[in-house]
Design a protein around this ligand. Structure first.
Ligand code: ZN
Ligand code: ZN
Length: 230
C-alpha cells in the first residue's frame, strides 16, 4: 500500500492516533457514565421487545415469516447506512459520519481494536438517543402493517426485531472492541465476527468492504466480504 494512498484515506501514525485519542477522551463530558450509556438504551430496546411480544396474540405460523424477513431488511439497512452515511458525509445526518470515519475509525485500527478504558465506550457506542431514533425511524413500517393492512402480529414482530437488532448491534460492536483477552473477547463467535469487523477497520478498506457489523449476511450477498490479505 503506497504512502500517498494511506495518507489520502487517513491512516494515522500511532503517535498521532494517541494524540487524537487523548483529545477525544478529553472532550467527553464529565458527567458521562459508560455503563449507563450501554445499559439505558439496552433497557429501552429490550423493554420495547418485551412490550411488543406481550401484545402478540394467536400467532399463526405464516406470520412467523416476518422474523427472518425483518432480519434480512435490517441486515441490508445496516450495510447501506454504514456504507452510505457512516462513510460518506451526508447532511443533515453528517454527525453519523463525523463520529464514525474521522473518530471511531481513526482511533481503532485492524491490529489495535481494543478500548483501553470503559470511558472509551463513548467512542464505540452510538449516541444514547440512537435507539429512540431507530425506533421512531422504523415506526412507519409497523404502523402501515397494523393500521393499513390489519397485520397486528407482524407489526409487533417487526418492532420487536428492530429494537432487538439495534441492541444486538451495540453489544456485538462493543464486544469486538473489548480486549481480546477479556471474557467476552475470548468467545469463539466474537473472535470470528471481530475478525470481519477488524478488516473493515483497515483505513484503506473501510470504504469498500465488510460493512455488516452484526452477521455479515448482506456483505456475503453483495460480495463485499474482503478475501485478500492485509
Ligand atoms: Zn468498530
Ligand atoms: Zn465503518
Amino acid at each position: 500500500m503506497g504512502q500517498d494512498r494511506q495518507q489520502t484515506l487517513g491512516r494515522l501514525s500511532s503517535g498521532r492516533r494517541d494524540e487524537l485519542r487523548n483529545r477525544l477522551i478529553g472532550e467527553i463530558p464529565r458527567w458521562y457514565r459508560p455503563w449507563l450509556h450501554l445499559a439505558i438504551p439496552s433497557l429501552i430496546g429490550l423493554g420495547v421487545v418485551a412490550l411488543s411480544a406481550s401484545l402478540l396474540s394467536a400467532v399463526r405460523p405464516l406470520e412467523l415469516v416476518t422474523v427472518p424477513l425483518t432480519f434480512l431488511l435490517l441486515n441490508a439497512g445496516e450495510w447501506r447506512i454504514h456504507r452510505d452515511m457512516l462513510h460518506r458525509r451526508t447532511p443533515p445526518l453528517a454527525v453519523l459520519y463525523d463520529r464514525h470515519t474521522p473518530q471511531h475509525h481513526m482511533i481503532f485500527v485492524t491490529d489495535d481494536m481494543a478500548i483501553r478504558a470503559t470511558r472509551e465506550f463513548y467512542l464505540v457506542l452510538i449516541p444514547a438517543y440512537g435507539i429512540l431514533a431507530a425506533g421512531i425511524g422504523a415506526l412507519p413500517i409497523p404502523m402501515a402493517l397494523w393500521l393499513g393492512f390489519g397485520l397486528r402480529n407482524p407489526a409487533l414482530m417487526f418492532m420487536a426485531m428492530t429494537m432487538a437488532y439495534v441492541v444486538g448491534y451495540e453489544w456485538l460492536h462493543l464486544s469486538y472492541h473489548a480486549p481480546s483477552s477479556s471474557f467476552v473477547g475470548r468467545r469463539k463467535i466474537i473472535q470470528r465476527l471481530r475478525r470481519h469487523h477488524a478488516i473493515h477497520h483497515a483505513p484503506e478498506l473501510m470504504q469498500k468492504w465488510n460493512f455488516n457489523v452484526t452477521i455479515p449476511l448482506w456483505d456475503w450477498l453483495r460480495g463485499t466480504i474482503y478475501r485478500g490479505t492485509i
